[in-house]
Design a protein around this ligand. Sequence first.
Ligand code: PLP
Length: 422
Amino acid sequence: MPEWSYQSDRIFCRVLSSAVLVLFVFFLKVMVNVTYLDASIRRFFPAVENMLYLDSAHQTPLAEPVKAELDRFYDASLQFAGPKCNWLNRIEEVRAQLAGFFGARPEEIAFTKNTSEGLNICANGVAWEPGDNVLLLESEHPNNAYAWLAKRDQGLEVRLVPADKEWADADTFATYIDDRTRAIAISHVMFHSGQRNDIEGIFASVQDRDISVVVDAMQSVGVIPFNVKDIGATALASGSHKGLLTPHGLGFMYTAEPMEELKPSYVSTAGVANARADLLATVDPIELQPNAHRFEIGNFNLPAIHALGGALTLLEQVGVANIEAHAYTLGDQLIEIADRLGIGLVGPREREHRAPHIYVLDVKDPEVASYFAEQNVRLSPVRDGLRVSFGVYSTPEDVESFGSLLHRALDAATLSTASTAI
Ligand SMILES: Cc1ncc(COP(=O)(O)O)c(C=O)c1O
């Protein structure tokens, strides 16, 4: 065998064995993550052992590592009264962690009370000219819709756009846009149908015009991996009690710089760049913080932000892409059961257009809430049907149990499907 051929065989063998090794490690990593999702993770959520919990789109039960952060905070308060400077240092660490979680920079993040506050900051931060218009889907979450509807008394026109297919994309808005359109405010994932709107496509279609895309990410963050720079949101708001696993009362808002156009309605020291060290407020002109920090007012929700740090660490360990894949698998299983039972799915069936974790079944029987409550199942009847939603703790057995309960209720005529809709 010629020397060159012998050499190239050896190189080929080495490349092949490295490739096998890389594949093996990758496979192992996937297996570890899947096992982690199925078993160890669930143990962090004791509430899901006390009931059949299918309501992550409403709120997520508290997880042990998140509670541990709360305990740590309250212990430090009990024993050492902080000190507050330590607590505030931790706030900045969590801010950076949160920013990194979806591809933002810490200066682009403001902590808020909830999604509504972030959306209202956007709706109230612009001096609208009479005749300006903003576009919303007519099925939009009310906390998004009201923020904008309330601005009509300043001459802002709110155009409610029908979603004539099961998800919204650039075409959905195209004919409603004109030269007075200033913003599109839209949920990434819709709470009432699980539809996943094409934020990236919508942003791409308007990025050359002076139109902002304001995203309500309450139902997507922590469940769908996204990079905010890639999807192209001008601003994004969310609360943290669903995918971000943190108790109610904490939210955040992202806005990309430059910020000149977006003004805070409320101002306190936190938002002022030229506040004096001796805390004396003078009549000098106020210089606002040049970034999203201008929207923060007063003291922070310290325990909740500390808890968010624990939640983010947990989510990073599991990996949001793994959570998404896990929820999609459970969703496929649920769709199969619904098909077998002859129950329609209200939102889209294709993975591309649906959230991984939210499924609305076409069951509108008025007895549905009390039936499932009696069976110790937590879920939410919503506008168009029965919403089942999964979390990182959900298992195929949960889906099976739900399917059996639904089957039994239909068989015994305790419940009926959409034909007897309310
Ligand atoms: C899309 C969407 N936006 C906002 C909210 C809640 O708003 P807030 O965080 O202000 O309570 C929900 C549900 O709770 C939601 O599903």
